[in-house]
Design a protein around this ligand. Structure first.
Ligand SMILES: *Cc1c(COP(=O)(O)O)cnc(C)c1O
Length: 295
């Protein structure tokens, strides 16, 4: 299995006449380059959970996710690398043909259990699957340990250079970590990729080390989690043509779209230096019809 290549992480300064005209500097922290499958924040969020599991002598890690979940496949791979067993509780009935993501997870040694959507929602798992031998990681790595891991992301760039940090939000765990690691005069803005997930603010607050300010935007979900339209696909392809940065339709595509749109609407003051966190997630693009994306 391919190693994780943290040395591949770069901070790419974008050249774009549109940004120059607005006098805004935009850079992208390329966490997507760590690994083709275990990219972005997932490894960071898992790090301290796995450490605790080992300390507690747990040899099996169990967690939750959907058929195309970045978190599921990253957990499978991380467990494999650490010599731990892994169990994936997957939302929905078992399909005739597994998604490529679940095939990969299985390849990394993860045992898969399918839960109907009603039980999944309540995280009602039969005792035969989860027992006291298991170390349970919450869905999406949400929790203090996840945030603690995510706060180390900014060690991979010259963080003091930036006035603004922008990221995509699922559970809000990474956002909390970034807020904890940022300084008082930096503004962290999160773009929620879920529709009307107004519990987010509370959920992020509960993971903060101190009472810090942050900004949430709920307007760029494109219909909801993993929903997309032609406009988003066109944008993702255009962004790739312009900046040679691939993005995914669930998280980073919506994030780049949002930042560009916010700049167009003069949300950021002139002179701002923005850091966009690219968390990868590209493996999920395999659920799209072939040919939709140009990369
Ligand atoms: C998981 C993920 C996120 C969101 O992270 P949270 O900590 O759940 O908010 C953002 N981008 C990508 C590509 C991801 O895989």
């Amino acid at each position: 299995m391919e190693e994780l290549a943290f040395q591949n992480i770069t901070t790419d300064l974008l050249t774009d006449p549109f940004f120059e005209e607005k006098n805004i500097e935009v850079s992208v922290l390329r966490l997507d380059k760590i690994h083709p499958v275990i990219s972005g924040n997932k490894w960071f969020k898992l790090k301290f959970y796995l450490e605790e599991a080992v300390q507690k002598n747990k040899r099996t890690i169990a967690t939750f996710g959907g058929a195309w979940s970045n978190h599921i496949v990253a957990t499978a791979a991380a467990c494999r690398m650490n010599g731990l067993k892994s169990i994936g509780i997957i939302r929905g009935e078992e399909p005739k043909e597994l998604s490529q993501t679940l095939k990969d997870a299985k390849e990394y040694g993860m045992e898969l259990f399918f839960l109907n959507r009603r039980d999944y929602k309540k995280k009602k798992v039969p005792d035969t699957i989860l027992n006291e031998e298991c170390y349970l990681i919450p869905e999406g790595g949400y929790g203090k340990k996840g945030a603690e891991g995510a706060s180390t992301i900014l060690n991979y760039c010259n963080k003091d250079h930036f006035t603004h940090i922008c990221c995509a939000i699922g559970t809000g765990t990474m956002m909390a970590g970034l807020v904890n690691a940022s300084s008082e005069d930096q503004e962290v803005t999160g773009i929620s990729v879920l529709k009307n997930n107004f519990e987010l603010e509370e959920k992020i607050h509960s993971l903060l080390n101190r009472d810090s300010r942050f900004c949430l935007d709920h307007t760029y979900h494109f219909g909801g989690y993993a929903k997309y339209n032609q406009e988003l696909i066109r944008f993702i392809n255009e962004w790739y043509r312009l900046h040679h940065i691939p993005s995914d339709f669930v998280y980073s595509g919506k994030l780049f779209f949002a930042v560009r749109d916010l700049i167009a609407n003069e949300y950021f003051p002139s002179g701002s230096k923005i850091l966009i966190i690219h968390c990868g997630g590209l493996q999920g693009n395999r659920s799209l019809a072939k040919g939709l994306l140009i990369f």
